[in-house]
Structures are given as structure tokens and as C-alpha cells.
Design a protein around this ligand. Sequence first.
Ligand SMILES: NC(=O)c1ccc[n+]([C@@H]2O[C@H](COP(=O)([O-])OP(=O)(O)OC[C@H]3O[C@@H](n4cnc5c(N)ncnc54)[C@H](O)[C@@H]3O)[C@@H](O)[C@H]2O)c1
Ligand SMILES: CC(C)(O)[C@@H](O)C(=O)O
Ligand SMILES: [Mg+2]
Ligand SMILES: [Mg+2]
Length: 357
Amino acid sequence: MATINFGGVEEHVVTRDEFPLDKARAILQNETIAVIGYGVQGPGQALNLRDNGFHVIIGQRRDSASWSKAEADGWVEGETLFDIEEAAERGTIIANLLSDAGQIAVWPTLKAKLTPGKTLYFSHGFGITFNDQTGIVPPADVDVVLVAPKGSGTSLRRLFVAGGGLNSSFAVYQDATGHAYDKAIALGIGVGSGYLFETDFKREVYSDLTGERGVLMGALAGIIEAQYQVLRQRGHSPSEAFNETVEELTQSLVPLVGENGMDWMFSNCSVTAQRGALDWKGRFREATLPVLNELYDSVASGAEAARTIQRGSTPGYRQELEAELKEVRDSELWQTGATVRELRSKATEKVEELSAP
Ligand SMILES: NC(=O)c1ccc[n+]([C@@H]2O[C@H](COP(=O)([O-])OP(=O)(O)OC[C@H]3O[C@@H](n4cnc5c(N)ncnc54)[C@H](O)[C@@H]3O)[C@@H](O)[C@H]2O)c1
Ligand SMILES: CC(C)(O)[C@@H](O)C(=O)O
Ligand SMILES: [Mg+2]
Ligand SMILES: [Mg+2]
């Protein structure tokens, strides 16, 4: 394992150089990986594993949209596509990629198939960390491991197809066979990870729930709505408010921050923007710190898990969720976004036309 210095703190990281795909294949050569659930992570991980030469089967509810999606992706009923119970029976590694609420409902079925020496795999520490609420307590004679890609299953697949890899964290919760550690890393390499960062189940779920509720999605969506509202209320047009809040953020600045860091970004905008942004950064930090601390407390107390489970198991929740998402989609802000995206693709077509021989 490589030791890498992150801003003065040393951490252990697994790289593909020291743990190549051939080594991963050798470790898992006698294993059948049953990917249970074919939602967002399921397809990304299963297709990458298959293309990397591992023996993979899918377990999914019949007569569901995800079953049809699996068939469209080339999984064949009775050969590589089964109902959940049969896939779990056939699999020696059971990759539990159901939704976190779905994992609770299906746990008794999976538990019955976890015979000694099998491996139970997760991509989130949720089910195990909050097992007082989920009831997911694995038998003592199976390995329990985690590989959590730090991004959407869609990005995991896209990056793999493009020849890259998404960073993941990995952890071992239970090592019954003495090989759990190697299996976890081999699975991490197999699903298409770039670098693998070691963690434990609790730290993975605490940071993941905080991140997605915070900066990655909740805070991002909230601050975008707030700035758009202010600009609109002060007389700016929808396109101006949108371009100055979202379009420039996603199309220009955030990709540059990703490439070069925030310090570079500050030094590569006008001195006017630089002075103002540095002055206001502290105000935003102080304003959001109490909210982020409240969020972390809510994660650590199990309240976020309880709400996820309670909402996910309420009858009619899917329809309520769809109505909530429709409200976001139909808002002036995101309708403006749809139009701006259309213009963006027309502009790209124009450039392609002009550069065609
Ligand atoms: N979405 C992501 O990109 C992402 C990223 C990192 C980690 N994860 C983790 O990966 C796991 C899977 O997440 P996902 O977003 O792919 O899940 P998802 O919400 O897309 O659901 C996955 C599958 O679960 C099935 N399912 C749901 N409830 C069920 C039930 N009661 N019975 C049977 N099947 C049921 C659905 O049909 C679907 O095929 C979760 O632990 C999640 O936290 C997800
Ligand atoms: C893709 C995310 C937000 O990183 C993941 O954590 C999820 O739950 O979907
Ligand atoms: Mg998450
Ligand atoms: Mg995440």
C-alpha cells in the first residue's frame, strides 16, 4: 500500500500499479459475484466487473423496470440474470446494491443464503452502521466488506469506458476467512476504481450522508435557489440569473477548480472578482458552519437514517417523491436551465458543422 501525504497528513492508499487487475482476477477466480439490485450502482459495477473478466450474475425483482434495463444491457435470464433469491443462492460474493431501504426488506432472503465462507459486500456503510434500525446483522462466519465509489454509478461506468477510474473508499467489517482484505481490494479494482482509500463502515456512512446532504447536493441546490431568487427579485432576467448562478459554475469554474484548485481559480479571475470572493468566502463559511454541524449531528445520532428508512417504507412514497422532483423540474430556475442546455447543444452542433471537413 502506498503512503501518500495529503496536505501534511499521511494516508495509506491502494493504487492500481501495486494491485493490478491480474492480481484481482487471481484472487476472485473461483468466485461468482451476485450483484443484487440493478438501479444506479448495480449497472455501473456489474458491467465494469464483467468487462474486467470477472464472473458476474445479476439478482433483480422480475417485472421491474430494472429487470428490463438489465436485459437491455445484455444480462440473460437463467444464465446471468435471476430473481434475487436465486442469484444470492448462486453467488459466493453477494453484492448488496439494493437501495438502502430495499436492503432492509430483502435482508431475510439474503441472510438465508449467506452460508459459511461467503462474502457480503456493500457500497455504503448504512445497513451495518445503523443495524439497530436496519436489522442487518451478518452471520459471524462470512466476510463483510465495502467498496464505495465516490460518485454516481453513471460516472463509474462512463469513466471506465473512457479508460479512467473513479476513486473509492474500501473497508473490512468482518474477516471470517482471513482473506477479506484482499477480496475487498480486488473487488474495488474490479468495479473500476482509480485509487482505493481505506476507511471503516461508520466513517464511510457519516461522511457520505453529510456530503450528499451538504455541499454535493443539498447545500448546492439550496444556495443556487437562494442566489437565483435574489437576482430575479432585483430585476434580473431568468437567463441572466441562471447564467450567473449555474451555467458558469458548471461549465467553466468548477471544472477549472477540479483541474487546478481554488487558489488557482482565485488567481485566474479578475482582481475585482478575486478581492470580492476572498472577502465574502468567510461570511459564507460562518453562515453555513452551524447548519453543517447540525447536519453532522443528525447523521451521527441516526436521525438521518431513521428518516430515510421511514420515508422509504411509507406507502405511496415513490409518487410523493416524483411530485417533489417535478416541482423542482417545473420551477422557473430549472426550466431556464433546460433552455440554456438546449442552446448549449445547438452551439456545439454549430461548432461541429463549422469544423467538419
Ligand atoms: N446511486 C449511486 O450512484 C451510489 C453511489 C455510491 C454508493 N451507492 C450505494 O449503493 C447502493 C445502491 O444504491 P442505488 O442508488 O444504486 O440504489 P437504487 O435506489 O437505484 O436501487 C437499486 C435497486 O434496488 C431495487 N429495490 C429497491 N427496493 C427494493 C425492494 N424492497 N425489494 C427488492 N428490490 C428493491 C430497485 O429495483 C433497484 O434495482 C446503496 O447502498 C447506495 O447508498 C449509490
Ligand atoms: C452519488 C452519491 C451522492 O455520492 C452517493 O452517495 C449516493 O448516495 O447516491
Ligand atoms: Mg450516498
Ligand atoms: Mg456518495
